[in-house]
Design a binder for this molecule. Structure first.
Ligand code: GRF
Length: 197
């Protein structure tokens, strides 16, 4: 592998792409890390427009395509991608990709896993459940991706306090701020761990 880390970010169908944007901006001045490709499961994903504005190459795929495993692997290989960040992608990643990118594929989740994770736990569903459960803290988790929803090994978490005045909406804002602070650090941490191994 070369020293340059070439990241592909996989966004969601409807996601704002704020974590994607944050990673692109953060690594713009890093000589060792380059956000090379943004992949989205729909041409309508709002994140694609943002990626285009930053001059980052984009591509789309059909998440229900039987040939997705091969097509995704080819797309990543054509672009010499050696690291993947999920940012709002809600489906499982094909197992060939999970295996090929062991230690090199991260996801961000808007709660403190292992609580409040799993299929269907995304966006406001998560923050509603956290408030409903009367938790006194929440935060974000960056974890390695495996073949289950939100179950890969935890790499980094950041926490925030939940006050009695917090609503799901105010909590969502607090957590998003933490996500933007934490995801770039987690990428660096994962790369440091790889270089130690
Ligand atoms: C974030 O809350 C992230 O934790 C989750 O999906 C959301 C994506 O938000 N995986 P954005 O599109 O990056 O703003």
């Amino acid at each position: 592998m070369t020293n340059l880390t070439k990241i592909a970010i996989i966004v969601g169908t409807k996601g704002r792409g704020s974590n994607m944007r944050n990673l692109i901006e953060h690594f713009q001045t890093d000589p060792d890390i380059h956000v090379t490709l943004v992949l989205a499961p729909s041409p309508d994903s709002p994140a694609l427009e943002v990626a285009n504005k930053f001059g980052v190459k984009t591509a789309t795929f059909n998440a229900k395509d039987d040939k997705l495993p091969q097509k995704l692997a080819q797309k990543l290989s054509e672009n010499n991608i050696n690291f993947i960040c999920l940012a709002g992608y809600l489906r499982l990643i094909p197992s060939n990709i999970v295996k090929e990118f062991t230690g090199r594929i991260l996801n961000i989740h808007p709660a403190l896993l292992p609580k409040f994770g799993g299929k269907g736990m995304y966006g406001m569903h998560v923050h509603n459940a956290v408030i409903e459960a009367k938790e006194t803290e929440s935060g974000c988790t960056i974890h390695y991706v495996n073949e289950e929803y939100d179950e890969g090994a935890i790499l980094l978490q950041s926490k925030c306090e939940i006050t009695p005045h917090d609503t799901p909406e105010s909590l969502a804002q607090k957590v998003l701020k933490l996500e933007h602070e934490t995801y770039p650090k987690a990428v660096k941490l994962a790369l440091a761990k790889l270089s130690e191994s």
